[in-house]
Design a protein around this ligand. Structure first.
Ligand code: LMR
Length: 400
């Protein structure tokens, strides 16, 4: 009976936004969920998106169902963006999915149903420590066995690469999956260097481990192509991989839920069979994906002017986040006795692990209405130039 159901804890990230929304303070600030805000504090609709929507409105002729794997033009655009011409088309299957989370969930269902760690044993997936707060639940709910590998060092600022490589060499067994953040690691903002990617790729290849890549922030690190460099290195070394991509952030299409699973297999035959099984996972879950967000992405990427506009707008967001990092670090440097936050300048993407303790995070919320994820993860993209002094005063108050 339902009377015996116990209350679930609030979500570590979205639960904070719920709390933020019901906080009556006018000067509150939400630095929790990974959403970009412009200088006016608004999550903008990109100009290229508005233009694409106008085109769609004028030209749309049907609201009929999409096929199970989604809009063909969108899938083609995703293939191009994620894989370029690195992998032959007949070895890549693309399935449209509702956001990056939906993509991870479809991929996890696929792995749980099609692969195993031996008779009666679920496949294992190794997650970095730390990782996005939702990875664990997605993998477990799909029925995968979850384990971990080292990522962030004990300084909580830099990659512990020796521990990472040592774990990848010893903990997983052949056939296990290793979840990697392609760029802009969530929650730390700490990414491997090109040489480190090369070493990771060699270990994955030597040990027969499956790269399971979460690619949610393409364009927010060093640029669109640059952010795919780690993935390209991996794909040079292995013949199977799964890449879950999201267009929530780089097209600002958060609520439209636009993502994709890209699966690379060793042969055309294995690709076709895998695609058929991915489609089975979609069909039994939500049947087929929604059209609008994917149609926006496809429309933009099919039009050279809109594509150029999109690249400019994405670059504008990326550079502004970098300048917010710089402003925050400079602002904190002026606070007597405050910790040195210079390490934030080496971190990439929307997030940074601030080093603030759970108690300091609680104090920021209680005293100032500043919402930060309990781990100390700050969404830099939620900061604001005009309120930087206020934010630095508040952080200094709890951290000094
Ligand atoms: C985040 O990490 O804040 C984003 O990926 C949004 C989410 O769904 O958690």
């Amino acid at each position: 009976r339902f009377d015996s159901i116990s209350l679930a804890p609030p979500d570590a990230i979205l639960g904070l936004t719920e709390a933020f929304n019901s906080d009556p303070r006018a000067d509150k600030m939400n630095l929790s969920v990974g959403v970009y805000k412009d200088a006016a504090g608004v999550t903008p609709i990109l100009r290229c998106v508005k233009a694409a929507e106008q085109k769609l409105l004028d030209g749309e002729t049907t609201k009929g169902y999409l096929s199970i794997d989604g809009l063909p033009d969108y899938r083609g655009a995703v293939r191009e963006m994620v894989f370029g011409d690195q992998v032959p088309a007949d070895r890549v299957a693309i399935v449209q999915a509702p956001g990056g989370t939906g993509a991870l969930s479809v991929a996890a269902d696929f792995l749980a149903s099609q692969c195993s760690a031996g008779p009666g044993k679920p496949m294992r997936v190794f997650l970095p420590t730390p990782t996005w707060a939702n990875h664990n639940a997605i993998m477990q709910d799909a029925g995968l066995a979850v384990d971990s590998y080292s990522y962030l060092g004990s300084d909580r600022r830099t990659l512990d690469f020796d521990a990472l490589i040592s774990d990848l060499k010893t903990k997983p067994s052949t056939g296990d999956a290793v979840l990697l953040h392609a760029c802009c690691h969530n929650p730390t903002g700490v990414d491997p260097t090109p040489d480190q990617w090369q070493e990771i790729a060699s270990v994955l290849s030597q040990r027969g481990l499956l790269p399971f890549v979460d690619f949610a922030y393409q364009g927010f690190g060093d640029g669109l192509e640059q952010d795919a460099a780690g993935l390209r290195t991996i794909l040079e070394n292995v013949d199977e991989a799964i890449v879950c991509s999201s267009y929530s952030k780089n097209f600002g299409l958060y609520s439209e839920r636009v993502g994709a699973v890209g699966l690379v297999a060793a042969s055309a035959q294995a690709t076709a069979a895998s695609l058929s099984q991915l489609k089975r996972c979609v069909r039994s879950n939500y049947s087929n994906p929604p059209r609008h967000g994917a149609a926006i992405v496809a429309t933009i990427l099919a039009d050279s002017e809109l594509t150029a506009m999109w690249k400019d707008e994405l670059e504008e967001m990326r550079l502004r986040i970098t300048s917010l990092r710089e402003l925050f670090v400079a602002g904190m440097a002026k606070q007597p006795g405050a910790p040195d936050f210079k390490f934030l300048l080496d971190q990439k993407g929307m997030f940074s692990f601030s080093g603030l303790s759970p108690m300091q995070v609680d104090e920021l919320k209680a005293k100032y209405g500043i919402y930060i994820v309990g781990s100390g993860r700050i969404n830099v993209a939620g900061m604001n130039e005009d309120r930087m002094d206020w934010l630095c005063d508040a952080v200094a108050d709890v951290a000094c």
